[in-house]
Design a protein around this ligand. Structure first.
Ligand code: UDP
Length: 569
């Protein structure tokens, strides 16, 4: 078993490790990995005997405890419980009726309670002020119900361990769209929601051609107002400049790669955007730790490929042993069997290879790695289909009839906010956020020590530099780009998120998206000096390059994201 960092151990102790019994010690991290491996390997008994079960338990234990692969947090926290809810991502419908709205709110609370995050599209709701017909009175509109959902989420801690998270989408032709866009104007509002406007190609074309745009009543398809498309666009960009919200979800790009488009539309994503789902679907995630696959200065594709295949089997097993919040979610999930295997530690892989994040070489390697992972993932899902059968809706999918598949989707790039801390690596495909970190206690926020990134500390120790001075400077500023005593090569390899031009952030997102059937959760970081027009250009580029969504984060803009990029690095 790989030795865990102090910080990983601290996070595990505060939130993940179980008590062995009343008044007894906590389990060790090794016990935790064993508990998870055992639970997930139980699925093997459906097709094999107990020796198969034991064999896969050992494999799953090894890939987790060696920090090659980790599943999403709910799996680590809940595996082993009798009715363990193991998935991180859900999308729920919001119908235009009071009972529909409150039924979904109740279901969302149950999902949050067990550690899952929820996404909704509120566009079916009639606009504010609309007549309620026979009962009399006026509708409160989507924005007021989003506030209600937000308040309710705040009251339900996820298993007492973290806050619930939501994605709220409103389509760009909804009459209340401007109110929605301004909803987070005060950075403190709506703490438990990320907001995204549901964008169509038609809208983007109207913006580019500076045309008018119709706002449409969701129930009658009547155009009830016409405004210049650019008015909406400027409001979006201004909001994003002020507080990072709203992001965009590109509905046509999502639908174009929906493997089950025949079954209907995808209208929403999970809270961080990496999984577009149909109503009532859920998805479980896992990530391979790229930083662990560099051997003698090269990418170790052989071990990476093996781990990806084992990870896909792990995630497919999760669907078998999972406990679902209700029958509808169970049915939708078991029919399509979506899983999302992604990556973490990308920046640390590049560091070990001495490739700057802001370089074409890095983007090209990103494509090579993700296309390799995608091929291995699809092959693994195909093999599982031959062993276990295809997912029940396979005959309605793009894979029919040529390729039996066990899972309708196989890859997602999640933020890995917590699991990257457990694996002691950089999160997802993000660059390093800083070279020094003030550690804080998870729940109380109490400051702990300041730590310099170990790979930077190592590089400094190996060169003939004034070590103490450099480390002090990096502790104070978190960066090294301005330190003249360091060679150019070192300064470029160790550039942090805010020193990297936003265009490279986007290029990495697009490179990974090209080989990911679900989506990529990525924040395009901007310096505080960035203008609203800069954000407009990034949003437009993201659409042009077929991103499924886009989110920006301008430094010091007073913005607050629902999910922070980790308490660590
Ligand atoms: N998520 C959530 N609450 C949180 C963090 C995450 O519900 O506080 C869900 C959400 O759907 C998000 C997904 O988990 O998109 C994956 O997030 P991340 O990769 O950061 O989770 P981790 O497994 O590292 O905890």
């Amino acid at each position: 078993m790989e030795k865990l960092s102090d910080n990983a151990f601290r996070v595990l102790k505060e939130r993940y490790l179980w008590k062995k019994g009343v008044g007894e010690d906590l389990e060790t991290p090794e016990d935790m990995f064993r508990r998870v491996a055992r639970h997930i390997a139980k699925a093997e008994l459906k097709w094999g005997d107990s020796s198969e079960e034991k064999k896969w338990e050992e494999t799953f234990f090894r890939i987790m405890s060696d920090l090659f692969f980790l599943p999403n947090s709910p799996t680590l926290m809940n595996a082993g419980l009798e009715s363990a809810q193991l998935s991180a991502c859900f999308v729920l419908p919001v119908n235009d009726s009071l009972s529909g709205i409150f039924d979904t709110l109740k279901l969302a609370a149950l999902v949050h309670q067990k550690g899952g995050g929820t996404g909704f599209n509120f566009s079916e709701l009639r606009p504010v002020g609309d007549s309620l017909g026979s009962q009399g009175g006026y509708a409160s509109g989507p924005v007021s119900f989003i506030k209600l959902y937000d308040f309710a989420t705040g009251q339900v801690k996820q298993g007492g361990k973290r806050r619930g998270a939501n994605m709220g989408v409103l389509n760009v032709d909804h009459p209340d769209i401007l109110e929605f866009i301004r909803l987070k104007v005060n950075g403190k509002a709506l703490q438990n929601f990320n907001l995204s406007v549901g964008i169509t190609d038609q809208f983007m074309e109207a913006v580019i051609a500076n045309k008018n745009w119709g706002l449409i009543h969701p129930n009658s398809a009547r155009v009830i107002k016409i405004i210049p498309a650019r008015d909406i666009w400027e409001n979006i960009v201004q909001g994003a400049w002020e507080n990072g919200n709203p992001g965009l979800v590109f509905l046509d790009n999502i639908q174009a790669s929906n493997p089950l488009a025949k079954m209907g539309k995808i209208w929403a994503t999970n809270p961080c955007g990496e999984v577009p789902l149909m109503e009532y679907e859920s998805c479980n995630l896992g990530s391979v730790n790229l930083a662990r696959f560099v051997y003698q200065g090269k990418v170790d594709f052989k071990t990476l490929g093996k781990t990806v295949k084992e990870g896909i089997r792990f995630l497919d097993n999760v669907i078998e042993v999972n406990h679902y919040p209700n029958k509808k979610i169970e049915r939708a999930t078991l029919s399509n069997r979506k899983i999302g295997l992604g990556v973490m530690g990308w920046a640390e892989m590049l560091l070990q290879l001495h490739i700057p994040y802001d370089s074409q070489e890095a983007v090209d390697l990103g494509k090579e790695i993700m296309s390799f992972i995608q091929n291995e993932s699809k092959e693994a899902s195909h093999q599982l289909a031959l062993e276990r059968g295809s997912f029940p809706n396979w005959d309605k999918s793009i894979y029919h009839p040529a390729k039996p598949m066990r899972n309708a989707t196989v890859n997602s790039i999640a933020p890995t906010g917590t699991i990257s801390i457990l694996a002691n690596t950089s999160s997802s495909i993000e660059p390093l956020f800083a070279l020094a970190f003030q550690r804080r206690r998870v729940l109380s926020g109490e400051p702990l020590d300041t730590e310099v990134h170990p790979l930077f500390a190592k590089a400094i120790a190996e060169g003939a530099f004034p070590q103490q001075e450099i480390l002090e400077e990096v502790r104070a500023t978190g960066q090294c780009g301005h330190i003249a005593a360091l060679p150019y090569e070192l300064r470029s390899v160790f550039k942090t998120a805010l020193e990297i031009d936003p265009k490279w952030h986007l290029q990495h997102q697009i490179a990974f998206q090209q080989f990911t059937d679900n989506a990529v959760s990525k924040t395009v970081n901007l310096p505080s000096s960035a203008s609203p027009e800069d954000i407009g250009r990034i949003y437009l580029e993201a659409w042009r390059h077929k991103a499924k969504g886009v989110t920006v984060f301008r430094n010091n803009a007073g913005n607050e994201q629902v999910i922070y990029q980790g308490i660590g690095r």
